[in-house]
Ligand binder design. Structure first.
Ligand SMILES: Cc1cc2nc3c(=O)[nH]c(=O)nc-3n(C[C@H](O)[C@H](O)[C@H](O)COP(=O)(O)OP(=O)(O)OC[C@H]3O[C@@H](n4cnc5c(N)ncnc54)[C@H](O)[C@@H]3O)c2cc1C
Length: 806
């Protein structure tokens, strides 16, 4: 075994082998994979290995399509059979909501230019003569759907990697990983130690144990999962074609042909954790005790759909563990608190995603940033608030609702509350409905008196539509009090603080105390890695405010720029709370609680000052994400109740009311403001989202400057535009494909909401540049159906910013 490698991948399951393969494809050939046992010895060997392309998240769909196409290529390249069957999949809808979901997926498929289309019952019956389609409202067909051979695919990845120079060592458990002073890692096994520049934890069922070796925890929990395979079924033996898969998600089972029989798997309501406190090191090619009773209800539904199943004998039952993250998406990327340590763990549909995950990981390792924005997969979406209890509750909830429709704005209750801020009880008393915001309960909207503070879910407008309208109106007509404690806040101070920030962000950092700037942070491919407001509090003392969900994500970038020892970089996100007081009466309300001069002449837009608010010293910044006249005030969290009470008490006279996150979304969308992870991401170039004017190339140095120089003169591939949509019962919310009126796909929605002050449904969309001109008519697929839309010349609310500067 060699003693040095560019990268050591720990784990020879499907995912570790794909990462190894993709590393070699990107030119890293001095790489080693260490496997405890035989390849496939975790969840991989016993998987049902079904594959599909479409996903609710567009970039994940792209990577699933990449994976499905890769298998054939891999087989041809390596000579290793992958056991690919692609007879197609039939997706069935039993309810109106499922039909909406499938129609939306069909619209997205048109946008991706892949096949996913509706079939008549007759056509479906010809394809699957054993299925009973009674009670089915709509049938969609994905011709590429199918399954692969788990062992074949894993070995093909390993072989492809070896052919390019990688080494694979089986029966070589990693027993320790220790960071070296040069930033590399000593990866210890009983056959020797490898000094690796980079370590990748792809240890699947053992990812928790491997993470512990490096001193951190991953929010993962294994659960049992069962499927069974029947004996040969004469009706199948008589067919001269292979049956398509059946995705009857309302029935909560999956079903496909296996040999001359059928394979049926289920995600039961009564799921079971497995090895909660640690995966045994000696667990390998064993299965767990079968318990078909647990999945009986699901299986009965499969029997109704495929009557011949009732006659079929069961040949084998597979009960195996798979390991889940709290939202059932993968946990990938570099661990922000460690150097050169990457994870790719917690993967559920591994066979649909292995290629995309391997490619993304390899790009991240070799090119330092992946090509696609994959925040929904990024392990940094969870912080240390994702504790054991939360993970336990969430993973079971995810497992038992695996095939549930994910409605827009869905908030899951399981495992909550985790953390609350001091005003939580007050907000609750006022009817707040909360969502989970990076570990904290955060108000989404306030139920008026007589309305139960519980939200309903669906694709159409829900019970919060009117309450949110009232909040928006109150803010636009009088004044709203928005809790913005969920914004990420960083204090950067000490000698060299200004210099550090200048080298971190692309705009010029204020040199005068009391000034603020908006600035993008440029990623390593020249895109938008972050957007911040930086306020100069004093000499070498700055407050930087950014997206709350991205605190851990942004930490990676903050650490890429060297800081002098004298510079303190502290997170104030927990220690400080904040309110945004916004609307035409904001000055009057805030003026009641402070002696500070808030007049326009004395306190202009984008200026800040330390002022006393209700006796509490606060940093007041004249900005508002609502697009209205307003101030953000930030102050130590222990004063949150007092300040809130004072604002509410004094606010009564001005018609003030609390305003939640849903209203803020509507307000910022009608104002055309972008938000991180929706409109701003490393995938988008500044010239595509209108932020290029904030990039100061006369600064000699800032993060991503060279990368930006390379792309800055490229014409925008797409443009961020604001559109008005004709719709009366549902609004776009993000991800919906956008077409020309002749059906040509030209873009997608990034954010959408009803604009209550402009009385129109509004969406922010990325549209191919050649079609992004004002006045262009488009069709936005809402509920899977085209809704006419027009590109607006300017955002419909206060495009000139007169309200902001009033
Ligand atoms: C019953 C069942 C059915 C499934 N059906 C499907 C399906 O139809 N479609 C689909 O896409 N997915 C399916 N899956 C999920 C799929 O199996 C997983 O997504 C996939 O196998 C995950 O692969 P992995 O490489 O991440 O993990 P694993 O397969 O668990 O691999 C991890 C590897 O790391 C090795 N390892 C661990 N610790 C160490 C160490 N210290 N040193 C060295 N090596 C170590 C292990 O030995 C193991 O080989 C199913 C899973 C189950 C349980």
């Amino acid at each position: 075994m060699k003693t040095h490698a560019q990268a050591v991948v720990i784990g020879g399951g499907l995912i570790g082998c794909s990462i190894l393969y993709h590393l070699t494809r990107l030119g890293w050939t001095d790489v080693v994979l260490l496997e405890r046992d035989e390849l496939t010895s975790g969840s991989t060997w016993h998987a049902a290995a079904g594959i599909h392309g479409l996903h609710d998240h567009n970039n994940i769909s792209r990577l699933q399509y990449y994976t499905m196409q890769l298998y054939e290529e891999l087989e041809a390249e390596t000579g290793q059979g992958c056991g690919i069957f692609q007879p197609g999949s039939l997706y069935l809808a039993q309810t109106a909501d499922r039909e909406h979901q499938l129609r939306m997926q069909a619209a997205k498929a048109k946008y991706f230019q892949v096949e996913f289309h509706e079939l008549s019952r007759d056509e479906a019956e010809r394809m699957h003569p054993l299925a009973n389609f009674d009670g089915i409202r709509c049938i969609m067909y994905e011709p590429d759907g199918g399954n692969v051979d788990p062992s074949g695919v894993t070995h093909a990845y390993a072989r492809g990697a070896r052919q390019r120079g990688a080494e694979v060592h089986r029966f070589t458990p990693v027993i320790a990983t220790t960071q070296r002073s040069d930033g590399g890692w000593d990866v210890e096994t009983d056959k020797g130690t490898i000094h690796a520049d980079v370590v990748v934890n792809a240890a699947g069922l053992w990812a928790r144990e491997v993470a512990e070796m490096a001193g951190f925890e991953l929010p993962l929990m294994p659960l049992e999962h069962q499927y069974f395979v029947t004996e040969a079924i004469p009706e199948i033996e008589a067919l001269d074609f292979r049956l398509p898969l059946i995705a009857d998600r309302d029935g909560e089972y999956y079903l496909r042909q296996e040999g001359q029989g059928l394979l049926v798997g289920a995600y039961e309501k009564d799921g079971r954790y497995w090895s909660e406190h640690g995966t045994p090191m000696d667990f390998g090619h064993e299965l767990l005790d079968e318990d078909l009773e647990r999945i009986e209800e699901n299986v009965m539904r499969a029997f109704e759909r495929i009557p011949v199943l009732t006659e079929a004998g069961i040949k084998r039952v597979i009960n195996g563990p798979m390991i889940w993250a709290p939202d059932s998406s993968a946990l990938i990327g570099p661990v922000p608190e460690l150097k050169n340590y990457y994870c790719c763990c917690g993967i559920i549909p591994g066979f649909s995603q292995s290629g995309g995950l391997g490619l993304t990981m390899a790009q991240w390792i070799v090119e330092k940033e992946p090509e696609k924005d994959l925040f929904p997969w990024d392990l940094a979406r969870f912080g240390d608030w994702a504790t054991g209890d939360f993970t336990r509750a969430r993973t079971l909830d995810q497992y038992s609702h695996r095939f549930k429709i994910h409605f827009p704005y869905e908030e899951r209750e399981a495992g909550r509350p985790i953390k609350t801020r001091p005003v939580y009880e007050m907000q609750k008393q006022m009817g707040a409905v909360f969502g989970l915001s990076y570990g904290y309960e955060h108000p989404l909207w306030y139920a008026p008196e007589g309305v139960e503070p519980v939200e309903t879910y669906g694709f159409e407008r829900q019970n919060w539509f009117e309450p949110v309208a009232a909040e928006c109106r109150a803010l636009r007509e009088a004044v709203g009090i928005i809790d913005v404690s969920n914004f990420a806040k960083y204090r950067i101070s000490g000698a060299g603080a200004h210099d550090y920030l200048e080298r971190l962000v692309a705009n010029r950092v204020p040199t005068e105390t009391g000034r603020s700037c908006l600035t993008p942070m440029i990623g390593l491919r020249g895109g938008i890695a972050g957007d911040f407001t930086i306020t100069r509090l004093g000499d070498e003392d700055f407050l930087m405010i950014g997206s709350g969900i991205a605190e851990r994500y942004h930490q990676r970038y903050f650490d890429m720029v060297e800081r002098a020892d004298s510079v303190r970089f502290e997170s104030y996100t927990e220690a400080w709370g904040g309110f945004n007081i916004a609307g035409p009466r904001a000055r009057d309300l805030l003026g009641e609680l402070t002696d500070a001069d808030l007049s326009n002449e004395s306190f202009r837009f984008m200026r800040s000052r330390r002022i006393d608010v209700a006796g509490v010293e606060a940093v007041a910044i004249r900005v508002s994400f609502s697009g209205d006249l307003g101030w953000e005030i930030h102050f130590p969290i222990e004063h949150q109740v007092g300040v809130y009470q004072a604002l509410l008490d004094q606010g009564e006279a001005y018609g003030a009311r609390p305003v939640g996150g849903r209203a803020l979304l509507s307000l910022r969308v009608e104002k055309g403001y972008g938000s991180w992870s929706r409109e701003y991401s490393p995938e988008y170039w500044p010239q595509e989202v209108g932020l290029e004017r904030l990039i100061k190339l006369d600064k000699p140095e800032f993060l991503g400057r060279d990368a930006y120089l390379k792309i800055k003169d490229n014409p925008p591939r797409e443009k961020l535009v604001v559109v008005r949509v004709e719709t009366d019962n549902a609004d776009a919310n993000g991800g919906e494909p956008v077409f020309l009126t002749d059906g040509t796909p030209v873009g997608r929605v990034s954010s959408g909401a009803y604009g209550h002050s402009v009385n129109a449904s509004i969406a922010l969309c990325f549209v191919k540049t050649e079609h992004a001109g004002a006045g262009t008519e488009l069709d936005v697929a809402i509920l899977g159906k085209p809704h006419r839309a027009v590109i607006l010349e300017k955002p419909p609310f206060d495009a000139e910013g007169e309200r902001l500067r009033a």
